[in-house]
Design a protein around this ligand. Structure first.
Ligand code: ADP
Ligand code: MG
Length: 624
């Protein structure tokens, strides 16, 4: 017999939940359902996120409401719109085979008249965020006089967000004799106070050790300098090509910045935080759920309670201010019995926080090394090999093109073809990770300056060519082709005399055959581009000099050829963001370490420990 039937759940519901893969009850369900089915007690359930609390209260509710009546009988309060929609959706799934079940999701930021209309049409279950609920109560638009059950889901987070008063006001609208069921992952003082104030002798159930993390989560940390955080983060992501992750930041601004940087760098990521419109948040969540996004960059509050299957990694880009939030964050992975990894990027001062976290979750963290560039490259390569091995070939479709394909590759050996295909995707990693520094803290301490120079890597010009610098680049709307034409026309030389062209943001390096260098200098004499004087120099020759413009022109001084370019000195190529490696994936990372101070990086640095959980509670609302 199906164990849910044994617990007393009706057949229609068991059928529905079987269809979504619930075979046997989770621990909290097994323990809570029999108690809640009696309908005679107030209830406090403490269990980690991802343990199935929604069904633990949802299934008993479905058993006890009278769906032939069309007035509100159950009210579920939860902290966020996302959670509200999720719970409503879950309940509708559970109730798929019960007739006349009406659930309404009531939350801010969406059209209130739609919600009012649904309420007027008749509902038995109201799932709501506190603010909008009060609004509707204030309009006298809902009748709670027949409410039998109130569920406070994620109670700790609701209090965290400053909803205490709203909750008081809402509860006072419901009948005395209703039962209150409170669910929470943690039990801070405030939750206990709520329980004491609104409940009579509640049945208390704790599943697992309070505050203890899910056993299926592996906790890891990486020790990096604040300014290297973003670069280290990218390496971790790049060495996990199949990552499907949630990245937590501490503030809305940081969240937005990281997301933007990632998008710029070609990652499939987006931000979720409270400054976005509801519509934007919906869109982002939908893309993430549909796996059209690989990484969701989120604030604590925005991602609270979110249930997305198969999240592989939770990444704490910044550790949370409040220790409890770590558990909530990591609880986004390893859901429904799966395994997951929770990664924290920390600086030296934050090591004590890791010790605190270990105490609280009762598990130790493993220190991991930021992978070296070469290791990332190898990982990516293996992924490409895998992809090629596993790609589904549509024989029918491709056959018609085979003759053309074969012809196109006629001159290439098998090995050449393989090399070229791999290079297609692989080049950007190769290039990006070329000469990449070690980002782990000790290594940096030891090798210091010398290594930073090496980062930029010496650039050699090809044999017989001189590498020149020009103060125009892609920001001047040059493509490489435009640049080639511009040089040839201005210097009156042919394209054949030009070697590699390295088009950068505000400048360009290009190679010219040694014997044509003078022509280039001659041709560009006194040339303006959009009102700016065009400057040509032998690359690297002016190392250490500030007066580039006045150095002797002409092919004479080639001394700098082949030496390190010191491109950082040109100032145009700052990464402009989180510093560390360059932001444009696919570019190289010379000069990367010069990127301005980490914007998102070091905020927690001055704070050796976690804020006391009870302290400054209100703040988290404004931070969200
Ligand atoms: P919580 O509210 O405790 O964080 P949820 O109720 O959101 O957890 O459930 C977490 C995930 O586990 C959801 O994807 C849910 O569908 C799944 N789940 C819940 N109960 C079961 C069960 N008995 N069997 C299989 N999966 C379940
Ligand atoms: Mg939940």
């Amino acid at each position: 017999m199906n164990p849910f039937l044994e617990l007393g759940i009706r057949e229609e519901v068991v059928k529905a939940i079987s269809e979504i893969g619930f075979e046997k009850p989770s621990e909290i369900q097994e323990k809570a359902i029999p108690v809640l089915l009696t309908g005679s007690d107030d209830f406090v359930g403490l269990a980690q996120t991802g343990t199935g609390k929604t069904a633990a209260f949802g299934l008993p509710l479905l058993e006890q409401l009278d769906f032939s009546q069309k007035h509100p009988q159950a009210l579920i309060l939860c902290p966020t719109r996302e959670l509200c929609l999720q719970i409503a959706k879950d309940l509708e799934k559970f109730a798929k085979y019960i007739d006349n079940v009406h659930v309404v999701a009531v939350y801010g930021g969406a059209n209130i008249s739609d919600q009012l209309r649904q309420i007027r049409r008749g509902v038995q279950i109201v799932v709501a965020t506190p603010g909008r609920m009060l609004d509707i109560i204030g309009r006298n638009a809902i009748d709670f006089s027949s409410v039998k059950y109130v569920v406070l889901d994620e109670a700790d987070e609701m209090l965290n967000m400053g909803f205490q008063e709203d909750i008081n006001n809402i509860l006072s609208e419901t009948p005395e004799e209703k039962k209150t069921w409170l669910f929470s992952a943690t039990m801070p003082k405030e939750v206990r106070r709520i329980a004491q104030k609104y409940m009579t002798d509640p049945f208390e159930l704790t599943v697992g050790t309070k505050n203890t993390g899910n056993a299926n989560i592996e906790h890891q940390y990486f020790l990096v300098k604040a300014r290297d955080k973003y670069a280290a983060f990218k390496r971790i992501v790049d060495s996990n090509p199949d990552i499907f992750g949630i990245v937590f930041c501490r503030t809305k601004i940081e969240t937005q910045e990281i997301a933007e940087a990632l998008i710029k760098d070609g990652y499939n990521a987006d931000a979720l935080h409270g400054d976005l419109s509801q519509q934007q948040r919906d869109k982002v969540m939908k893309r993430y759920r549909d796996r059209n996004l690989q990484m969701l960059i989120a604030t604590d509050v925005a991602a609270r309670g979110i249930d997305v299957n198969d999240v592989t990694h939770v990444i704490n880009f910044s550790l949370p201010d409040e220790i409890e939030n770590y558990t909530h964050r990591s609880g986004r992975t390893a859901r429904a019995g799966k395994t997951g990894i929770s990664i924290s990027l920390i600086n030296i001062k934050e090591q004590s926080k890791i010790r605190q976290l270990e105490k609280v979750i009762g598990k130790s963290f493993e220190r991991k090394q930021v992978p070296e560039g070469a290791a990332v490259v190898e990982k990516q390569l293996l992924t490409i090999i895998n992809k090629v091995n596993n790609v589904e070939v549509n024989e029918e479709q491709i056959n018609q093109f085979m003759p053309a394909i074969m012809e196109g590759f006629e001159s290439l050996s098998k090995e050449d073809i393989v090399k070229r295909f791999a290079s297609l995707e692989f080049n950007r990693f190769l290039e990006y990770y070329k000469n990449s520094p070690d980002l782990n803290i000790e290594a940096r301490e030891v090798s210091g300056d010398r290594r930073e120079r090496d980062d930029r890597g010496p650039r050699q010009s090809s044999k017989g060519y001189t590498r020149l610098f020009m103060n125009l680049g892609s920001v001047d709307e040059f493509s490489r082709g435009d640049m080639l034409g511009f040089i040839c026309n201005t210097a009156n030389i042919t394209g054949k005399s030009i070697g590699k062209i390295d088009l950068k943001g505000v400048f360009t390096f290009f190679e010219v055959q040694d014997e044509e260098v003078n022509k280039v200098f001659e041709g560009f004499k006194g040339i303006d581009f959009n009102g700016r004087q065009v400057r040509i120099e032998v690359s690297g020759a002016s190392e250490g000099r500030s007066d580039r413009g006045s150095r002797p022109r002409g092919g004479g001084d080639r001394g700098g050829r082949g030496r390190s370019e010191r491109s950082g000195g040109f100032g145009g190529e700052r990464s402009g963001g989180f510093s560390g490696e360059r932001r444009d994936r696919g570019g190289d990372n010379r000069g990367g370490d010069r990127g301005g101070r980490s914007r998102g990086g070091d905020r927690g640095g001055d704070n050796g420990g976690f804020r006391d959980f009870s302290g400054k509670r209100r703040e988290s609302k404004s931070r969200y």
